[in-house]
Ligand binder design. Sequence first.
Ligand SMILES: Cc1ncc(C[n+]2csc(CCOP(=O)(O)OP(=O)(O)O)c2C)c(N)n1
Ligand SMILES: [Mg+2]
Length: 786
Amino acid sequence: MPIEPLRLQTLAALARKVLWLSSWTIHNANHIRPNADGLKVGGHQASSASLATIMSALYFSVLKPEDRVAVKPHASPVFHAIQYLFGHQTRAKLENFRGFKGAQSYPSRTKDIDDVDFSTGSVGLGVAQTLFSSLVQDYVSAHGWMKDRPEGRMIALVGDAEMDEGNIFEALLEGWKHGLRNTWWIVDYNRQSLDAVVREGLWEKFESMFRNFGWDVVIVKYGRLMQTAFAEPGGAALKNWIDNCPNQMYAALCFQGGAAFRKRLNDEIGDQGAVSRLIDARSDDELLALMSNLGGHDMASMIEAFESIDHDRPVCFIAYTIKGVGLPFQGHKDNHAGLMTPTQMEKWREAQHIRPGHEWDRYEGLTQDAAALDAFLAAASFNRKGTRRLSAPVVDVPAHLAFKPAPTMSTQQGFGLVLNELARGETELASRIVTASPDVTVSTNLGAWVNRRGLFARAEKADLFRSEKIPSTFNWDFSPKGQHLELGIAESNLFLLMSALGLSSSINGVRLLPIATLYDPFISRALDQLNYACYQDARFMVAATPSGVTLAPEGGAHQSIATPLIGIAQDGLASFEPAFVDELAVMMGWGFAHMQAEDGGAVYLRLSTRTIEQPQRMMTPELQQGIVDGAYWLRKPGANCDLVIAYTGALAPEAIEATGLLGDSHRDIGLLAITSADRLHAGWTQARKIRRETRNPQHLSHIERLLRPLPRDSGIVSVIDGHPATLGWIGSVCGHRMEALGVEHFGQTGTIQDLYRHHGIDANAIIDAAEGLSAGAPVLHRKMAV
Ligand SMILES: Cc1ncc(C[n+]2csc(CCOP(=O)(O)OP(=O)(O)O)c2C)c(N)n1
Ligand SMILES: [Mg+2]
């Protein structure tokens, strides 16, 4: 259907305004803001410019309230400019772009005020996030929770070089497996990256790849000016020249301008009668306007492309653009961080009919009537439902999560038992849990949960082994009611899926409680994805198992050393490492509540396959609090304590044994169970801050309350199956001498006992360390070699 001319004109005018405002925002931050004293904050005028038209088409006309968008990081100024025109962004924030509390360099869900749907920044991740958000929408829909809310399209604006990121391809494959729908990726095909001009013919690779995965591909190459010229006599020759012009050359000519285009065209096709007339009929400016009228800069072509989609299959739009279009450095290969000089800006300002001092005026320089523009923006379907952030009620979490106890267990096993118990019940909590695992569902003990709750797929699919009556431990039927999402091995997809599931209450208005399981060492494989999920404030639980060198039989390649430090350092992630299953049950219960709390976050449980003896004890409120706060006395020291052994996780038996053996030579030993180095450390930092701010010396953190009563000369030996620095800071809390044991090298295979001895984290190593710290009597007992 032809696009109504007035609508088209208005949209084109708004797109010009968006280009102006985004460039001005960057210019202001670099050249005008009072603190811009020679320190250029940059801002990517070129990278932004290439999306001004496409994004204006989307936001001002195409998007519906239920659609969600991930904007290419460097198009942030365009996004903010659009929201400014809508009235969702303030001038003060734009004037403070990239400044403290100003509009963010890259759109941020948590830091920006203008309703960013998905944060971006680390390229590739926002793109895949849209794919997983679409799968989550399908999940919510299949479970009957959408009510009468229409399904939205999950849309990514993608840089062409961004497509180099492998995580996008991993996601594509997963999307295909799950019958992806309602996903649009719009590639800003400006044929430039940060450093370079992209390879020739890249679009062909994109096209065949997307089609291969069942996507529709829409290539928007030529704008209306071009299409009109192609219809003129000689137009076919011009089109042929454009199609064959190498990317570098086209970019260089766009930079050089109309005269350069004329010379090159005349040199190459100028003797062909009709085409010469076509070229000669245009001034240099007109020729440049024609040659830079690629599809992505043509409002009519983009609207038409978007409105032509009449199905819910995923679509990849390849929109040809020029990086920096309309700006003096358009097409220059070095323009990624390019900034217009004040002189260039001044010239451009005049050309845009913008009066000095009126640069921020919303409609300055436009010929349209302000009231009509106001009405047009107010009527945009994007705004129809007001705020885009939804919410969902908090799901009740019982005070105690049950599990079937056994005298000896591993925490991994315990994790399976807690989930199995939840799966048996009919609680709201259980119905909102969604699990996923990258091909390690069985080996991370999720099997029992999946047996009871089933796998998710939009269409029913029975387990063939079961229908064929072949005995198997696992009866895995797929159905729209299933609660486990089966993923391929790629860990990247796991965390991006967690990011999507973990934002469901905000995006779909439906609370989900996602749980991921994976092998602990492979957290590093998708660390940026985990970081990204946390950055967006997605709420999920990760059970990472097995871990450390304790996974001995799994072999050296899988040993994880750094993950406890990641647990401490990762913002937005509360990390725990239980030794016993009753602790784990407390952590999981707390975790489900934390995942729903306003100021909560995601949760990481570092688990183990080591079977150890379980304590027979009551879970008192005090013990429960200690576990959640990060530590409790397994053996409380008295006033004469001269040694504390502090342990984490699977090394509990070594710590307990060493405590026993040291009993004869030490008067009074404390045994400190550390359940969360992360929360202990965070509490300590927080308490110091509060003390400084309130000048109240009484405000103590949990670790301070535990250690303060100890005599100053008692020593602390800490031990963890992970990097020793995880607990090494504890000595400085109250100034105790300390020796931190842990693992600093990996790769050696062996039995658990071999490896504990090799890495110096066994009972004897603890005893040796204690001896080194104490001035007291020599140790009488050591563990005999077996
Ligand atoms: C994971 C990651 N690596 C590197 C960067 C730095 N970086 C930002 S944009 C960019 C090039 C982007 O090129 P393209 O996607 O084509 O976008 P364009 O600027 O051309 O629009 C790079 C390397 C980043 N933001 N994220
Ligand atoms: Mg590019």
